[in-house]
Design a protein around this ligand. Structure first.
Ligand SMILES: Cc1ncc(COP(=O)(O)O)c(C=O)c1O
Length: 393
């Protein structure tokens, strides 16, 4: 390839998103304890693995219908009705995707034109920023407060609405803030979305991870909301199926229709074997999850105790499997704190990413085993204590 072609090779779009993610980012460093991973550490339950193996043995190795196996879409519709109070037509209102990630990329490309705005509570899952960037659309951040457990303030959302606003993003339970939006908040957001005629994107990937008395509610189930809500969900987190790559989008027919050619252009369909496994996930036993949740809750308590001992604040984690830690008392930015803890303590904890609004918070996660978590927190505590002594506090 000529140097001239190499020079012209990368598109402007790729250059923009390239600043936030690179090949290097995905390479794990051996010997470090990772305290911010997004992959559950429990295995895919055996009955789901067996369903995948059976699908392979039975020769389910071809493309499926573009929108996904009809039998899986039926099972998803039943689950949405049973667990979330949403009535979706499996024939026209559900699209199975290669992970919910492919669903959300396709959704943004299918519904956002350059200049359109999406209101996004901060801190947020950064993939939305990249997807909007690729579509030429604008992410409008709305601050939330750690002291309020990062609960979204509907009044702040309303203030952010402009004539270009197309929609509001809700991630609940949230990555990275671990907030779970209460019903009153959702009702107020539903009211203003209706009044301003906006789309709501509701990412519910972590719906089963809720602690204490918090409950997951889908905004799509509130009166009148199905017609303007797009539900993003999948199997990665609740069934520990991140590598199977299967998720789905549920929305009114016009949205699904618009997404089909884009999803087809990216993946044609979701992996066939994984769709059969996902079917087993939704139709098989669910009771095993109680033990997983209890263990994650134990780790959540461990985090909260550890951080309190270090004198670091955090947003009270209500759901998902994260905890958002305020590193301001150390006098460092999120990025500096991550680099220091990595170097001195051999612990990886989120670096505040490339998100310029998020320089105070690092994302911790409950996906590290209890023993390692205790050890990593102790090591992190030593670094924080040293900084405190040096600062004369
Ligand atoms: C909020 C949120 N949405 C979507 C995704 C994408 O997950 P997947 O493509 O594995 O379904 C993730 C992954 O971490 C996430 O945290």
């Amino acid at each position: 390839m000529s140097p001239k072609l190499v020079d012209r090779l990368t598109s402007e779009r790729a250059r923009q998103v390239g600043a936030t993610l690179s090949l290097q980012t995905s390479i794990p460093t051996p010997g470090l304890i990772t305290l911010s991973g997004g992959t559950p550490d429990f295995p895919t339950p055996p009955h789901i693995v067996e369903a995948g193996q059976r699908a392979l043995a039975d020769g389910h190795t071809t493309y499926t219908a573009w929108a996904g196996l009809p039998i899986l879409r039926e099972a998803i519709a039943e689950k949405l009705q049973r667990d979330n109070g949403i009535t979706a037509d499996p024939g026209r209102e559900i699209l199975v995707t290669a992970g919910s990630q492919a669903g959300l990329m396709s959704l943004i490309l299918a519904t956002f034109d350059p200049g359109d705005e999406l209101i996004v509570p901060m801190p947020f899952y950064e993939e939305y920023a990249r997807n909007l960037m690729l579509a030429g659309a604008k992410l409008v951040p709305v601050m939330t407060r750690m002291e309020d457990a990062f609960e979204v303030d509907p009044a702040a959302i309303e203030q952010a609405i402009t004539p270009q606003t197309k929609g509001i993003l809700l991630i609940s339970p949230s990555n990275p803030t671990a907030t779970v939006l209460g019903k009153q908040t959702l009702l107020r957001i539903a009211e203003l979305a209706t009044r301003h005629d906006l789309l709501v994107i509701s990412d519910e990937l972590y719906e089963r991870f809720v602690y204490d008395d918090f409950q997951h509610h889908s905004i799509a189930a509130l009166p009148g909301m199905w017609e303007r809500t797009v539900v993003i969900n999948g199997f990665s987190k609740c069934y520990s199926m991140t590598g199977w790559r299967v998720g789905y989008v549920a929305a009114r027919r016009e949205v699904i229709e618009a997404m089909i050619p884009i999803t087809h252009g990216m993946t044609i369909c979701a992996p066939s074997v994984s769709q059969w496994a996902a079917l087993a996930a939704y139709t098989g036993p669910q009771d095993w999850f109680g033990d997983v949740l209890a263990e994650y809750d134990r780790r959540r308590q461990c985090w909260m105790t550890g951080l309190a001992a270090m004198g670091l604040g955090y947003g009270h984690p209500r759901g998902a499997y994260y905890i958002t830690v305020d590193v301001r008392p150390t006098g460092l930015t999120a990025r500096q704190f991550s680099a220091l803890v990595r170097e001195e303590a051999g612990v990886m904890i989120g670096g505040g990413g490339s998100d310029p609004h998020n320089e105070h918070f690092v994302r911790g996660s409950l996906t590290t085993s209890f023993d390692k978590l205790e050890e990593a927190l102790a090591r992190m505590g030593t670094v924080v204590e040293r900084l405190r002594v040096e600062a004369g506090q």
